[in-house]
Design a protein around this ligand. Structure first.
Ligand code: ZN
Ligand code: ZN
Length: 326
């Protein structure tokens, strides 16, 4: 079977009424106040962290924080997204373990919960069963969905999302069982303690710069759900909301080619012809394929991509490939 027809993770048949995107029915928002208070705190702490990064932090701390930001970002893009949500490549246990630790730095749920939300997002994109339904507008799809009770349509249909492949992964199950321990240790504790212990950074700076990194990766991830579902071109399918957005790709390591990604979600590049210089996540996976820890990397043949752009795209062509050649 050629790689481009490889199926996504098996889903239980949906017995409910079909939802046609974009769709957002009347619904009363119910804020979850501990989330609102916690999110407000980390934003204020991150703003102070930015001030301290510019005025007081040691160079070692800034370099170390940038390193943890890249590790966290790749943990989401290469791990939670491309490996575990979409199975767009396979990995040997050491890479699963490394990515699990890197994903813990983000403090974005366990990888299994992340993949559950994301598989549901792809299945019901831009409808009430999508956890961050972009049809509800920018604020809801960006961060609002984190601050309130989820939509009943999502709660009903998320149960249909098959996670059996992830439940049989012992490394992910370990993280899932001890999510708080892993996230507190790798997102908060070690990134604060390491600069203090090894080069004498103050607790005040180390903690608030950690908050800054936490917020950067959080918003980088959120941009894919909001901006890349609203602003940009529909090069591959103009009938769906996800877009090609170079800005989001720059912020989150190559994840902004989102119109392409929703059309061909099993492509490990999550990007199409000729733009991989903006795609550090692809380079990371390619590196580990060279090491031998990543294998069975799935892609889509160029002629299939061009044919799809010709058939259902909006005629935009960001990268100079010839859509008329097939
Ligand atoms: Zn999406
Ligand atoms: Zn995806």
């Amino acid at each position: 079977m050629p790689p481009f027809v490889e199926k996504q993770p098996i889903q239980t048949e949906d017995p409910f009424e079909k939802l046609v995107a974009p769709q957002a029915g009347p619904w009363k928002y119910e804020f979850v106040y501990p989330s609102v208070i916690g999110t407000t705190y980390i934003h204020l702490a991150a703003i102070y962290g930015l001030y301290l990064a510019v005025t007081a932090a040691q160079w070692y701390t800034l370099v170390f924080t940038a390193f943890t930001a890249v590790a966290a970002g790749i943990g989401v893009t290469a791990g939670a997204h491309r490996l575990w949500s979409h199975r767009s490549y396979k990995a040997k246990p050491p890479l699963h373990f490394l990515l699990m630790i890197m994903q813990s730095i983000t403090f974005q749920y366990s990888a299994i919960t992340w993949a559950k939300m994301h598989r549901t997002h792809h299945r019901y994109s831009d409808t009430d069963a999508d956890p961050h339904n972009a049809a509800r507008g920018f604020f809801y799809s960006h961060i609002g969905w984190m601050l309130m009770k989820s939509h009943p349509e999502f709660r009903k249909r998320v149960k249909l999302t098959d996670l059996s492949d992830l439940y049989s992964n012992r490394i992910l199950m370990l993280q899932h069982k001890y999510t708080t321990l892993f996230c507190v240790t790798f997102c908060l504790l070690l990134p604060t303690v390491i600069p203090m212990y090894f080069w004498g950074e103050s607790l005040n700076v180390a903690w608030h710069v950690t908050m800054l990194r936490y917020i950067y990766i959080l918003h980088g991830t959120f941009l894919v759900n909001s901006v890349a579902h609203m602003f940009g071109s529909g090069t591959y399918d103009k009938s769906i909301k996800p877009t090609q957005n170079v800005f989001v790709s720059l912020i989150l390591f190559g994840e902004g080619f989102h119109n392409y990604h929703h059309v061909f979600p099993w492509d490990y590049r999550t990007a199409e012809l000729g733009n991989n210089w903006l795609n550090p996540t692809k380079l990371f996976i390619d590196f580990f394929a060279w090491v031998g820890w990543a294998y069975d990397l799935k892609t889509v043949p160029d002629d299939i991509i061009s044919a799809r752009a010709n058939r259902t795209g909006d005629g935009t062509n960001s990268w100079g490939f010839n859509t008329k050649s097939s």
